[in-house]
Design a protein around this ligand. Structure first.
Ligand SMILES: CCCCCCCC(=O)SCCNC(=O)CCNC(=O)[C@H](O)C(C)(C)COP(=O)(O)OP(=O)(O)OC[C@H]1O[C@@H](n2cnc3c(N)ncnc32)[C@H](O)[C@@H]1OP(=O)(O)O
Length: 249
């Protein structure tokens, strides 16, 4: 066995404690830009590209909503002093783990080629274009999502699985920030109206309640102006030990 259990555990420990998840997001040192995505230490990410920043494929609605939330990440006080605003943009990279170098749970091909499902193409605009913002005080996350042409389900509309992916992402991000390492245990989606391919929609998620290891999140997807309800969702996330996840136990 190329990797002993001990070495794997040491690597996992290097990721840092669970509490760093919440503390790094709330720490003043992260003001302006959140240096971690969803709580994992920045050293775990490929820094080559932050996919949550605008690119040439973003349409007017995507840009409008991005500017709306981004402008509230920093507020200018009297005298020109800048302060943290209520929202934080969550940076987004195409790989979560960089430290796992093979062994029983990741072979070398998977290790080198694995990419986050929602960030698996560098081609702007073809699939999932999105950015997440987090509001600590209100315990909610919003996602702005522009659906590219590779996400077709019913003709001219977004595949339900692609919509579910984005719902899982925005609810999962919130659960992870609020509760530390979690996995989705249940996602209950009502699809109310199909989402036109190429359109920009708004995903909103808020904390419903926490009960022991369980974090309940509600979510809805609406048109960018909020007038049309596309989906409403309840989601359950269960806290896990991150090391158990990597060890497959
Ligand atoms: C980077 C962007 C973020 C994107 C986020 C993406 C998140 C994901 O997609 S994760 C991948 C998909 N999810 C998975 O693969 C999870 C697979 N499932 C599991 O690992 C396990 O079943 C797991 C951890 C959910 C629950 O394990 P289990 O051993 O049953 O946990 P256990 O400790 O017994 O249960 C905890 C509580 O949750 C409840 N629970 C567990 N599963 C469910 C469920 N499906 N429905 C309702 N309740 C449940 C239990 O009843 C228990 O409740 P209580 O404490 O009141 O008795």
């Amino acid at each position: 066995m190329a990797w002993s259990l001990g070495r794997i555990c040491k690597s996992v420990q290097r990721l840092g404690s669970l509490s760093s998840v919440q503390s790094q997001l709330s720490h003043p040192a992260t003001s302006g830009s959140v240096r971690t995505m969803l709580g994992l230490p920045s050293s775990c990410f490929s820094k080559t590209r932050d996919f949550s920043l605008p690119n040439s494929s973003w349409g007017p609605e995507m840009m409008r909503l991005y500017k709306h939330y981004n402008s509230q990440c920093e507020v200018v006080m009297e005298g020109g002093v800048k302060q943290e605003g209520p929202w934080r943009r969550l940076p987004s990279y195409n790989r979560v783990l960089k430290y796992a170098t093979g062994g029983v749970y990741l072979n070398k091909i998977i290790q080198s080629k694995a990419r986050l499902f929602t960030r698996n193409t560098g081609d702007p605009g073809v699939a999932f274009e999105y950015v997440l913002f987090f509001n600590r005080e209100e315990q909610r996350c919003v996602g702005i999502f522009q659906a590219g042409h590779l996400l077709e389900g019913p003709p001219g509309h977004v595949h339900g699985g692609a919509t579910a992916t984005m719902i899982d992402t925005v609810t999962g991000a919130l659960a992870l920030i609020l509760s530390g390492p979690v996995v989705t245990a249940n996602l209950n989606i009502n699809y109310r109206k199909p989402i036109p391919l190429g359109s920009t929609v708004l995903l909103e998620s808020s904390l419903d309640r926490k009960e022991g290891k369980k974090t309940f999140i509600t979510s809805k997807v609406t048109s960018s102006d909020g007038s049309k309800l596309h989906t409403d969702t309840t989601a359950l996330f269960v806290s896990i030990s991150f090391s158990n996840l990597l060890l497959g136990s």
